[in-house]
Design a protein around this ligand. Structure first.
Ligand SMILES: Nc1nc2c(c(=O)[nH]1)N[C@H]1C(S)=C(S)[C@@H](COP(=O)(O)OP(=O)(O)OC[C@H]3O[C@@H](n4cnc5c(=O)[nH]c(N)nc54)[C@H](O)[C@@H]3O)O[C@H]1N2
Ligand SMILES: Nc1nc2c(c(=O)[nH]1)N[C@H]1C(S)=C(S)[C@@H](COP(=O)(O)OP(=O)(O)OC[C@H]3O[C@@H](n4cnc5c(=O)[nH]c(N)nc54)[C@H](O)[C@@H]3O)O[C@H]1N2
Ligand SMILES: [Mo]
Length: 768
């Protein structure tokens, strides 16, 4: 039987610390998978569900966006994918009786962990103005309420339509269509906090804001550089690809302030060697870089390549690139002292990296949040592109850029037009297909949406999934901002903190998850998703829905659009709801690369979207070439006695969804309020291992923000750097602390002071 959710709360946060592990997966991962899954789903459902994950006739794992290879294992999932599935397929339920028993003011004091563990939402729920209890509401009445508030706005731009990255292509396409027919481009998404910096840098330099490699390119690469990413926890199936590459002789350089277990050694649970043997060592060279030092590192590598006879692919540079001379002139001035200071590395380590680079004829660079969430993130990623361009490592097999995406369909949502700054060509296509004039002025991204709510210029907040108040920075500011809204609406599967921090009125609209059967008037439906490498494929759930009151995301958008837009819209919303193939027919006519969508997605495994730089070394940039970028090297400066804090994920969480209180690979159990500090830094700051400290961030305007009561863990991170989990630490990050050009919150570089305290802080409701 499935176990009960935790009852005690605040959940006891009492970290126990052992030493970090040096390998990932193996038997402990399988044991953990089954334990978590059975606790949520029971034995029978666990077996039925997990065997359908990522199969060609099954559903896409709601975990990460890592692609599936052509050959699938019977168990094509990982420990953390299984946890994501178990969270959704849980047998626990949050019913109207739950809301009758728990006033919103009571839920406010609960942790996000506790809220999430209560189970699946079963009924549409409404919180009237001034009320302290959500009450059940009919779908019709719920849509009336949204329509009432939307119609009361003085401009469509006073509404914000957020999207998290699990939404299917079909739902996303309809959602942006609805928002634009309503009259706004206010379509912020989780990508604004995630890979926006990658999209921004890659669009400027290569002309396409997506990765340029396919799975087989990783297998063919001579060298893979994994910078700012922890795949052992966040993209575990990537380790299988790295393992396969290693067996073919690929070298791997890992660039990270933390020695992450998954990059050290991988014990593949799908083969005997992984289970019984010692597994495979993945990393050949570990560069333990300081936070934010990557720009300096890649610039120095660029200089060294330029100085090496015959190392530059001059034919490629001449034929396909723009701006080489300017870049080369600047790169030649790169300074060793500055590089060593910024990176914390030794000259010998960087020269060793250079040898691996020069020995490689095909190099891939993979990255994730460790590069994207810095003030100079866009400049850093452009430097990665410079580095690859020098060697001609774009647009040929075994080489390229590989930004590893987070949410399982975050890339697809963008392709479908979820973007506050849509390309004119996309709007032209919408206009032609649907016969309305879409708004042309740019909308709000996540940070700007929070400001607009704070300033009262946005009044209705609608979320297609996600957990906005917990995922965004500056928790206190954001919560106050959201409370000013007239109406907040969340289309959700599970209870979270965004249901508790509400506008004057609030709605929870419960929806189907990936694992569930989606039956409409036109029969059983499937949806489609796009993975991190531009592969589009079908996802079909089989489980009975968590409740018979749930509507699918496409159905919710269709009914809402009909109610809000009325006769104004000539879009066939009813037809779309009945048969998703009719949505795909429209996508095929609007979005390039989706021609003949229904036929092509019917093939097992789906199809790959075109990518000009990858396919033909053509670059749809403003210069028509791949662009080198010449910008001064940037890196964070650290005042005396301070540490640079990165906010990251534990092994037991999916963003703001907390699965449990352990971080197995880092040797932490039963607690999340920990701060990892280098032993020498800790000693200099008089912080004993096991002592407690407040984290205090200091901002340029003189303000301070405090997160109380973190247990100090002496940990082998880079000097001057510290690490603690998100979302607990979001309270420390000022809204205005964002990356240049992409406006992504700089969650990986927060200057903090550590103030010793007597003991564990009372974890406020804002805690995980
Ligand atoms: N199980 C699980 N899977 C997930 C998620 C989850 O929460 N749980 N989240 C999903 C989402 S939305 C995303 S975006 C991805 C996130 O995947 P990751 O980006 O792997 O997630 P983080 O935990 O933020 O880890 C950042 C990594 O970068 C390193 N790092 C931090 N700063 C720097 C730096 O300045 N330079 C370098 N070189 N390294 C640095 C950190 O030490 C850490 O190893 O995972 C996705 N998959
Ligand atoms: N400090 C700090 N902040 C960060 C980050 C960081 O590294 N550090 N990372 C950032 C990143 S990379 C991201 S992507 C964002 C994540 O931001 P979000 O995507 O907004 O957050 P999640 O925690 O992934 O959202 C979880 C909620 O989604 C809902 N949900 C789950 N599945 C479905 C579904 O199928 N349909 C619908 N409608 N709802 C569903 C559930 O109700 C669940 O509670 O956070 C960002 N914030
Ligand atoms: Mo993300």
């Amino acid at each position: 039987m499935a176990g009960k959710p935790p009852t005690g709360d605040p959940v006891q946060d009492a970290p126990e610390v052992t030493s970090p592990r040096h390998s990932a997966a193996g038997l402990p991962a399988i044991a953990q998978t089954l334990r978590t899954a059975q606790r949520q789903m029971g034995v029978r459902r666990t077996a039925l569900t997990l065997l359908r994950v990522n199969q060609k006739d099954g559903f896409d794992c709601p975990g990460c966006a890592w692609p599936e290879g052509d050959e699938r294992h019977a168990a094509e999932f990982c420990e953390n994918g299984a946890k994501a599935v178990a969270e959704e397929a849980t047998l626990r339920r949050v019913t109207p009786a739950f809301f009758a028993a728990h006033p919103v003011s009571g839920l406010f004091g609960r942790s996000g962990y506790w809220l999430g563990q209560q189970g699946r939402l079963t009924h549409p729920m409404y919180l009237p103005e001034g009320a302290d209890h959500y009450e059940p509401v009919s779908w019709e009445r719920a849509f009336d309420i949204v329509a009432e508030e939307l119609h009361a706005l003085s401009s469509p731009d006073e509404a914000v339509f957020y999207t998290s990255g699990r939404t299917s292509n079909e739902a996303a396409f309809l959602y942006q269509l609805f928002a634009r027919e309503f009259g706004t481009n206010n379509l912020p998404d989780c990508s604004n906090m995630c890979h926006e910096s990658s999209g921004s840098a890659l669009t400027d330099t290569l002309g396409v804001g997506k990765g340029s490699v396919l799975l087989e390119d990783l297998h063919k690469a001579d060298l893979i550089i994994v910078a700012g990413q922890n795949p052992g926890t966040n993209h575990p199936r990537m380790l299988s690809a790295l393992e396969q590459a290693k067996r073919g002789g690929t070298k791997i350089i890992t660039v990270n302030p933390l020695p992450e277990a998954g990059m050290e050694r991988f014990k593949n649970p799908q083969n005997a060697r992984g289970l019984a043997g010692g597994g495979v060592a993945l990393t050949d060279l570990f560069l333990q870089i300081r936070l934010g030092g990557d720009h300096a590192l890649f610039r120095m590598l660029g200089k060294l390549i330029l100085e090496t006879e015959g190392a530059v692919d001059t034919a490629f540079v001449e034929q396909h690139t723009h701006g080489f001379e300017e870049f080369a002139a600047l790169a030649r001035t790169a300074d060793w002292d500055e590089t060593l200071r910024a990176t914390g590395l030794t000259r010998a380590e960087i020269e060793q990296a250079l040898q691996l680079v020069l020995a490689s004829r095909r190099t891939v660079v993979c990255w994730a949040m460790g590069l994207t969430q810095h003030k100079h993130a866009v400049a850093t990623i452009k430097e990665v592109v410079n580095f690859l361009l020098l060697r001609g490592d774009i647009g040929r097999p075994g080489a390229g850029v590989c930004p590893v995406r987070g949410h399982s369909n975050v890339q697809g949502d963008r392709t479908m037009g979820i973007f506050e700054r849509p390309a004119p060509a996309f709007l032209d296509a919408l206009e032609k297909e649907f016969g309305f004039a879409p708004p042309r002025h740019h909308g709000l991204d996540v940070v700007r949406a929070v400001r607009a709510l704070r300033d009262g210029t946005a009044k209705v907040f609608f979320a297609m999934g996600g957990n906005f108040v917990s995922a965004t920075p500056d928790t206190d500011v954001t919560e106050a901002a959201v409370r000013r809204a007239r109406l907040t609406v969340h289309v959700s599967t599970k209870l979270n903190r965004s249901h508790v921090i509400t506008g004057a009125r609030a709605l929870i609209l419960p929806t189907l998850g990936r694992t569930e059967r989606d039956r409409q008037r036109g029969g059983d439906q499937f949806v489609t998703v796009e993975d991190s490498m531009g592969m589009v494929h079908a996802s079909r759930g089989r489980l009975a829905p968590a409740s018979d009151r749930l509507l699918s995301e496409p159905a919710i958008v269709c009914r809402l659009a009909r109610r809000v837009l009325g006769d104004r819209s000539t879009t066939p919303w009813e037809e779309f709801e009945a048969d998703y193939a009719t949505i795909r027919d429209r996508i095929a006519r609007v979005v390039p690369g989706f021609e003949d969508f229904n036929a092509r997605v019917a093939r097992p495994g789906g199809f790959t979207l075109p990518h000009a730089p990858r396919d033909s070394r053509t670059f749809p940039t403003t210069t028509g070439k791949a662009n080198f970028t010449a910008s001064p090297v940037e890196h964070p400066e650290l005042p005396e006695g301070r540490l640079l804090l990165q906010t990251l994920r534990s092994h037991d969480q999916y963003n703001t969804t907390i699965y449990g209180l352990d971080d197995r690979y880092r040797g932490i159990k039963n607690g999340r309020r920990v701060v990892l500090v280098h032993p020498d830094d800790a000693r200099a700051l008089h912080l004993a291992d096991g002592s407690y400290t407040d984290l205090v961030s200091e901002w340029t305007d003189g303000t301070e923000r405090r997160a109380p009561g973190f247990r100090v863990v002496h940990y082998p991170t880079a000097r001057g750097c510290a690490a603690a989990y998100y979302p607990e630490t979001n309270v420390l990050i000022p809204l205005d602390h964002t990356a240049d050009a992409s406006n992504t919150p700089a969650s990986k570089s927060v200057v903090v002071r550590l103030e010793p305290t007597a003991g564990p802080g009372a974890a406020p409701g804002g805690a995980a």
